[in-house]
Ligand binder design. Structure first.
Ligand SMILES: *Cc1c(COP(=O)(O)O)cnc(C)c1O
Length: 375
């Protein structure tokens, strides 16, 4: 919670639920990442929060952009950023979308299969391509495993194959899982990438770029290691496996840049119990899983939820307002709220700047998507 957000909420009293983003915090997060990985190209993962004000700010600060669809590419271009600062990092693209991206000047594409490589070679000839490899995603609160990437043997075959087609194989990418709490996870994937670089070089294909993905965390309820620790772990790992031939490094931060910059304000709609003897109270909010808090799935991401009341802590289950029983935020995690909490109170859901607005449904049960205010 920042002073600016506090003042905005007190003065403007916007209807709830709403997300307020403090752009100063985004800028600060960008500078901290810049310092932690000074030599890396920063490609903001647009999906984390594509608010035009955020894209414009990051463009001004020199960021590049990781996109997953033609719409995201258009959002970035609308800020005035040039297409050469855009990577089309989704490994699952329609051929027509590759063609549309290419028409807009995008020439950097991810792939993890032969069929995807064929689409890129056909629809975006001459482009640079990088192959995503599988990683375990251990110790990540929001894993991105199994679905993306191929094993290193297949990656080798694909990169060598790419060299024979009308594209330029430039490197390797991976993602260690989002909200990765363990900085040592990068080392496993960097080692595999270095092996791939050597294997390709032996066959005369010189790779030049290593994309080490996102995964840098936001502080939620649990503490996480500082960003510097991640920077040091990555640098040590690169030196260990690449020696003095470290390639061009790319990072794709999403959560780290915007998570801590946003606060969702929500209203308490109902407080009730399921039986007279119930220890837990059920607190129903005007935002839930379908209104933007999808990452509460399996209670994976645990946002700090704060009331200004001062009563004794009361154990609660928290749920959203929709007519779907999947719309429970936290039932197992030990959340408490002050016992004097009342219907109509406003609560703050902190560190909610990443993966909230984009995950909101269009209008399930008639509830409108959450509104964003950038200040
Ligand atoms: C989602 C995503 C990111 C951003 O991940 P964070 O954990 O939010 O930093 C980066 N790269 C790719 C390919 C992604 O899909």
């Amino acid at each position: 919670m920042t002073k600016r957000i506090e003042r905005f909420l007190a003065e403007q009293k916007p209807p709830t639920p709403c997300l307020v983003m403090d752009l100063d915090v985004v800028a600060d997060n960008y500078r901290r990442l810049r310092a932690a990985v000074p030599h890396a190209g920063i490609y903001y993962a647009v999906k984390a929060n594509p608010a035009p004000e955020i894209l414009t700010l990051l463009d001004k600060m020199g960021s590049s952009f990781d996109t997953a669809s033609v719409n995201e590419i258009d959002m970035v271009l609308a800020t005035g950023a040039k297409a050469d600062r855009i990577s089309y990092g989704n490994t699952i693209k329609k051929k027509e979308d590759v063609a549309q991206a290419f028409k807009r000047g995008v020439t950097l594409y991810a792939f993890d299969s032969d069929a995807e490589l064929a689409k890129i070679a056909d629809a975006a000839p001459g482009s640079r391509v990088f192959c995503r490899i599988l990683t375990s995603n251990a110790n990540a609160d929001w894993p991105l495993s199994r679905k993306f990437g191929c094993d290193v043997q297949m990656a080798k075959t694909l990169l060598l194959e790419a060299a024979k087609r009308d594209v330029v194989p430039v490197g390797v990418s991976f993602h260690v899982g989002s909200q990765q709490r363990d900085p040592s996870q990068w080392d496993i994937a960097v080692e595999q990438a270095a092996w791939l670089f050597r294997q390709c070089e032996e066959k005369g294909v010189m790779l030049s770029m290593l994309n080490i993905g996102g995964g840098f965390p936001t502080r939620y309820r649990r503490t996480v290691p500082g960003l510097k620790t991640y920077g040091v772990a990555v640098q040590d790992s690169l030196s260990k496996h690449f020696g003095n031939r470290i390639p061009e490094i790319v990072v794709e931060p999403g959560r780290q840049l915007v998570g801590s910059a946003g606060v969702i304000q929500t209203e308490v709609v109902l407080i009730s119990k399921k039986s007279d003897g119930d220890r837990k109270s059920w607190v129903y909010l005007d935002i839930g899983k379908f209104g933007g808090l999808a990452e509460t799935m399996d209670e994976a991401i645990q946002y700090p939820i704060v009331s200004t009341r001062t009563g004794q802590p009361m154990p609660v289950a928290l749920a959203g307002p929709t007519c779907d029983s999947a719309d429970i935020l936290y039932e197992k995690a030990d959340y408490t709220l002050p016992a004097d909490l009342a219907i109509g109170d406003r609560l703050e859901i902190r560190a909610a700047g990443a993966y909230t607005t984009t995950y909101a449904s269009v209008a399930f049960n008639g509830f409108e998507p959450i509104k964003t205010y950038c200040i």
